[in-house]
Write a protein that binds this ligand. Structure first.
Ligand code: HEM
Length: 154
């Protein structure tokens, strides 16, 4: 396996884990948890899910730029000569990472505190905020994957 194909494989797998994980959480687990669980159990489930999933998001947050910059140098000989869609990909990576850090550093501790205090009303409000942020990140992530695959010539 060449260095280029190794970097490409890691890059695509990192995108798959991050965006696929958000898709599963939003489209499948969220409605299933609403149907199957009462408020307190649901909030406890989400604290647990986020703690586990975010470890893998951190891996993706690191692997994407490292492999991506590698691909840039191996495939396009640097930033300046990279096509526009790759530059847009980098910009949207910054947006996705900023939203993720907002959830990880601010919202998840808030959710943990409300669950520990058994304040289910406040917990539900924080979970709603996280849901919206993840929803935005999912749309941005899907857009990046579509952009990367379509490789538009703008
Ligand atoms: C600093 C951040 C990033 C850099 C420098 C970067 C760079 C690159 C480069 C150079 C390629 C190869 C393009 C080509 O061969 O035409 C690529 C492909 C790709 N990138 Fe990124 N990328 C970044 C972030 C992301 C993010 C956040 C995602 C999705 C969440 C993503 C998803 C993809 C996918 C799916 C491909 C493969 C496209 C295909 O071959 O069909 N990238 N990226």
């Amino acid at each position: 396996m060449s260095v280029f194909s190794l970097a490409y494989t890691l890059h695509v797998m990192a995108a798959l884990v991050w965006v696929g994980g958000m898709f599963f959480a939003w489209m499948i687990l969220r409605p299933a948890a609403v149907t199957a669980l009462e408020g307190p159990a649901r909030l406890r489930l989400w604290v647990n899910v986020f703690q586990r999933f975010f470890v893998w998001v951190w891996v993706a947050v690191l692997v994407l730029p490292i492999s991506g910059v590698g691909l840039l140098h191996l495939g396009f000989s640097g930033f300046e000569s990279a096509p526009r869609y790759v530059q847009v990909m980098m910009g949207l990576y910054v947006v996705m990472t900023a939203l993720f850090i907002r959830i990880q550093a601010l919202k998840l501790p808030e959710l943990r505190t409300t669950v520990a205090a058994e304040d289910w009303t406040a917990g539900a409000a924080v979970l709603g905020q996280i849901r919206r942020l993840v929803g935005v990140n999912l749309v941005v992530g899907l857009a990046v994957v579509a952009l990367a695959s379509a490789r538009p010539g703008f």
